[in-house]
Design a protein. Structure first.
Length: 195
């Protein structure tokens, strides 16, 4: 979050007097992302999110779509290669993050930084939808995510492949399907922020 004030005069002061920072951007198949790129369940829920409802309910429209997708979702086998080292998984979802935030204020990758030149890869490797519900509750309640099904790893490049259809979303918008090649572009944009 940039933590900019909503008052235009105060925001203008920050533009003039604030700190200039350089932030990284993630790149998936040639498309930039600021926060994260998600594969699997969260991308399916994003696909199913009603756009009219999204304008009215904001992030809660994603939650409704996620609830609707729970009963029919089947995790798909994926190979996730971190810095060229492939590992097979059957995850509910994989999140490749440039920032700690997920869905606005929630944190899946609390140690992710937008200026460290590296991606944080969150893998929820469980076929159990009951465990997904448990994870969501822990995220909402801001509890530690030290579950055996979770791995969080740092990488400069990530490649995701699967034998079946695995959609992905970028910063909350549906974008495509795997195969996906993801990399970090260090110091890609300049941001003015409060001192």
């Amino acid at each position: 979050s940039l933590e900019l004030p909503l008052n235009p005069v105060d925001a203008a002061k920050i533009i003039v007097e604030g700190n200039l920072k350089k932030w990284d951007l993630g790149v998936v198949n040639g498309r930039y992302f600021a926060i994260m790129c998600g594969f699997g369940f969260d991308a399916v829920a994003t696909e199913e999110t009603n756009l009219k409802l999204k304008r009215f309910l904001g992030r809660y429209a994603y939650i409704l779509a996620g609830i609707q997708c729970l009963s029919g979702y089947k995790p798909t086998r994926m190979t996730v290669a971190l810095d060229g080292k492939p590992t097979p998984y059957r995850p509910i979802f994989v999140d490749v993050a440039n920032a700690p935030f997920y869905g606005g204020k929630y944190k899946l990758t609390p140690d992710a930084k937008m200026d460290d030149g590296i991606l944080d890869v969150f893998i929820f490797d469980s076929p159990s939808l009951a465990r997904l519900i448990y994870l969501v509750l822990r995220v909402i309640l801001n509890l530690p995510l030290n579950l055996p099904e979770i791995s969080i790893t740092k990488a400069r490049t990530v490649e995701i492949t699967a034998p079946g259809r695995v959609p992905y979303q970028i910063d909350g918008d549906t974008y495509g399907e795997q195969p996906a090649k993801i990399r970090i572009e260090p110091q890609a944009i300049k941001i003015v922020s409060p001192k």
